[in-house]
Design a protein around this ligand. Structure first.
Ligand code: GLN
Length: 250
């Protein structure tokens, strides 16, 4: 049986608005297909062999949660994770986790939290939080099955405004909501198989097409072959997805 290994970064400090649901979704979608998914929590002060992982997840957190782990992330994990990302490691980071993949997060209270600079973005806290449901038109580069939706739906709540540099491309364009900064219409950032975005929700249960995109990349990284994932009956998940898109765009 194929086993993919998933790292869950700092689950105790960085897990809000149901972000752990993303891990459950990845595991269950593997299980339904007869693939084992082993989840390993990465805690502060832990040494990690990043070459042993296929996928990593980094959830969101309060500024205070981010402050607890930002230095540890830079000192202990940055080098290994950057190297693994160059080699195709799949990484999904939400909100507070996304911000720490960038160069830095300057909080609203003027504290500068270091990031690992894996994504060419930086974040500056603002006095008004950007809160609400989001619909994003995904820049999926034609990787989607013809029947899959092109939108991603989620829920955002952040003070940080993230600005993209030339080394990344946006994950998508905001149809409804604020996205990266509420100004330029972009949401999220992508570099190789590294995806950062502001969508809590949890993101993956509501967007099974995006969950499968990540799993397909992780399996490809695992086996070095292009594998196609057996399709699942996503009628319920896609109905929930469609209801949100319709509610928010009409
Ligand atoms: N603390 C960060 C901010 O407010 C991230 C919040 C989050 O992860 N939801 O911008």
């Amino acid at each position: 049986m194929t086993t993919i290994r998933i790292a869950h970064l700092y689950p105790d400090q960085m897990n809000i608005y149901g972000d752990r649901g993303n891990i459950l979704t990845l595991q269950q979608r593997c299980r339904w297909r007869g693939i084992a998914a082993e989840v390993v929590a990465v805690q502060p002060r832990q040494s990690v062999d990043w070459t042993s992982f296929d996928l990593a997840f980094f959830g969101g957190g309060q500024d205070s949660g981010q402050a607890l782990i930002a230095e540890d992330f830079v000192e202990r994990q940055a080098a290994g994770i950057r190297e693994a990302a160059e080699d195709g490691l799949v990484l999904l980071a939400i909100c507070g986790g996304y911000q720490l993949l960038g160069h830095y997060f300057l909080t609203y209270t003027n504290e500068q939290l270091p990031g690992i600079g894996l994504l060419d973005v930086h974040t500056v806290g603002g006095d008004k939080r950007l809160i609400g449901n989001v619909v994003v038109r995904w820049n999926n580069d034609g990787h989607l099955e013809a029947s899959a939706p092109h939108e991603l739906v989620g829920f955002e709540n952040h003070s940080g405004r993230t600005y993209l540099g030339h080394g990344v491309r946006p994950l998508g364009r905001v149809v409804r909501g604020f996205g990266n900064n509420g100004e330029d219409g972009t949401e999220g950032a992508v570099y190789r198989n590294v995806f950062g975005c502001y969508m809590h929700g949890s993101l993956l249960p509501k967007n099974p097409h995006f969950a499968d995109h990540l799993l397909a990349l992780a399996l490809q990284h695992h086996s070095q072959n292009r594998l196609s994932l057996p399709s699942l009956d996503d009628t319920l998940e896609l109905t929930a997805h469609r209801v949100m898109v319709e509610r928010l765009t009409h």
